[in-house]
Design a protein around this ligand. Sequence first.
Ligand SMILES: Nc1ncnc2c1ncn2[C@@H]1O[C@H](COP(=O)(O)OP(=O)(O)OP(=O)(O)O)[C@@H](O)[C@H]1O
Ligand SMILES: [Mg+2]
Length: 264
Amino acid sequence: MAEIPLIRATALTKSFTSRGRTTRAIADITFAQAEGEFLGVVGPSGCGKTTLLRCLAGLDHPDTGTIEFDGHPITGIPPALSVVFQEYNRSLFPWLTTLENVRFPLRRPSSLGRRARAATREQAREALSRVGLADFADHHPWQLSGGMQQRVALARAIVSRPRLLLMDEPFASVDAQTRATLEQLTITLTVELGLTVLLITHDIDEAIFMSDRVLVLAARPTHILRELPIDLPRPRDDVETRALPLFQNHRRDIHHLLSPTPDS
Ligand SMILES: Nc1ncnc2c1ncn2[C@@H]1O[C@H](COP(=O)(O)OP(=O)(O)OP(=O)(O)O)[C@@H](O)[C@H]1O
Ligand SMILES: [Mg+2]
């Protein structure tokens, strides 16, 4: 591939030491993601998925290995990157309205003039309406359901038009119906805004349904067991796509890779 990938991780390793005990979270991870690609990362609980995401987001440093964003080694949090975390109730500011939460990444309080402030409010309104919450701009997060709060988090993540959207189990805390709606909304936003998304999940079906390619991670210390291209047709439909034999083959393959062997 001649093109420079948007993100490239090479030979990452990461351990944690506390009270004299060392935990190897990442054994060895190498992968690249192209601009415009929807990459799913699936792995068992505790395998090191969040650790990987934190390294990619510049929130933590790998012990060894390199991460490049658009061909340049990352030295901090890349500005063209947004993250959606699992815990929406801890990631939104309860004292701000939904509009102000969404506008937050655009705020430069002292330097912005009145007109520029109005423009960022307009951008935040636009992002809120993209996630279907135009009528809730003046509500506070605690006045919204869990699914609605996660929509606010999504609006906040896209308001700055990031080049890369990292999502860490974003729909794990909502019910199945809301989850399906949020998955579809994320796909729609991806298409409308031309986003590049890296989605971390322990839900195999979700990874297959949403992704162009899935990395299957092994249990801790994590490494990549398999890279699986998902050539299911788009647009994907919650019922039709999941019923396709190809979908079920992918599901079987990943289950098989992640199931403990009888003697392990
Ligand atoms: N700051 C830390 N200090 C010590 N150990 C840590 C720290 N962060 C993570 N770990 C350990 O690293 C391993 C991987 O954790 P991580 O949170 O990345 O897993 P995960 O795949 O995201 O899990 P889950 O599916 O439950 O979210 C775990 O054993 C965890 O206890
Ligand atoms: Mg995690």
